[in-house]
Design a protein around this ligand. Sequence first.
Ligand SMILES: Cc1cc2nc3c(=O)[nH]c(=O)nc-3n(C[C@H](O)[C@H](O)[C@H](O)COP(=O)(O)OP(=O)(O)OC[C@H]3O[C@@H](n4cnc5c(N)ncnc54)[C@H](O)[C@@H]3O)c2cc1C
Length: 239
Amino acid sequence: MDRSQQNERAIDSGRDDSKAHREEIGFVKLVNQTGGAVEIVNAARVSFGKRIDKIEEKDLKLIRYLWKNKHTSPFRHIHFTFHIKAPIFVLRQWMKHQIGCSWNEISGRYVQFDYEFFCPEEWRTRPLDSIKQGSGDAFYNDECEIISRRYIRVVNQCHNLYQELIDLGVCKEQARMILPLSLYSECYWTVSFQALLHFLDLRLDSHSQVEIQDYAKKVQSILFKLDGIKEIMEEINEI
Ligand SMILES: Cc1cc2nc3c(=O)[nH]c(=O)nc-3n(C[C@H](O)[C@H](O)[C@H](O)COP(=O)(O)OP(=O)(O)OC[C@H]3O[C@@H](n4cnc5c(N)ncnc54)[C@H](O)[C@@H]3O)c2cc1C
């Protein structure tokens, strides 16, 4: 069967796309921040029994020096807590980041999941130059439509069966086994500034999956709005 025949068949069998998936369900919200640039400098200067109340130009130079010379412990006195809603396949990658991170996630044992599944705007091809991981160019729009219809159809079936199992009295912790990785989940992520910079370094990189890059960009844009944080990131060139 050639590609156009396959597409026709996909259209024929993929009409059940009554439920919408494309609206932006995911989010990243900053819940809390403890400490700022002053804490980095004071943590470093405690060695000399000195402390400051306000950041000056020379302090930014010190911060740069600390980072460049891998004197990273002062960066662990600042913490951020984020509330994240993202598809499970994104969170699975995100949660690989462990050092300097604390995680809590919504429990599918207690909560009945809503109909919230990620559907990409565009589907990407396998990369030509590597069989291992990553993705290549996007499919054409009409091809994306066809793939999305088939995908949504199966997602609908999965969620319908999930609901049926719940209605039959099956426990949530087992009923959830039928749900796909594209299901949205929610987490609290508390992370030290050092671990956060490490996360951004890896996940803003083009080798990371596009979907987690998008979330890393959301995290970065939140950080840029915080007093003094963008200046530090510029100073140590971690943006
Ligand atoms: C492009 C890409 C592809 C990936 N592919 C895969 C994959 O196919 N499969 C997979 O399982 N993961 C994969 N990962 C995840 C990756 O292996 C890391 O688990 C993830 O990026 C978190 O980074 P980290 O280990 O540095 O973070 P953390 O676990 O937060 O660790 C931070 C740092 O602490 C130090 N550290 C942590 N643990 C130890 C230790 N035990 N001993 C000594 N030092 C330690 C290291 O310096 C480490 O960089 C991928 C990541 C990326 C970015």
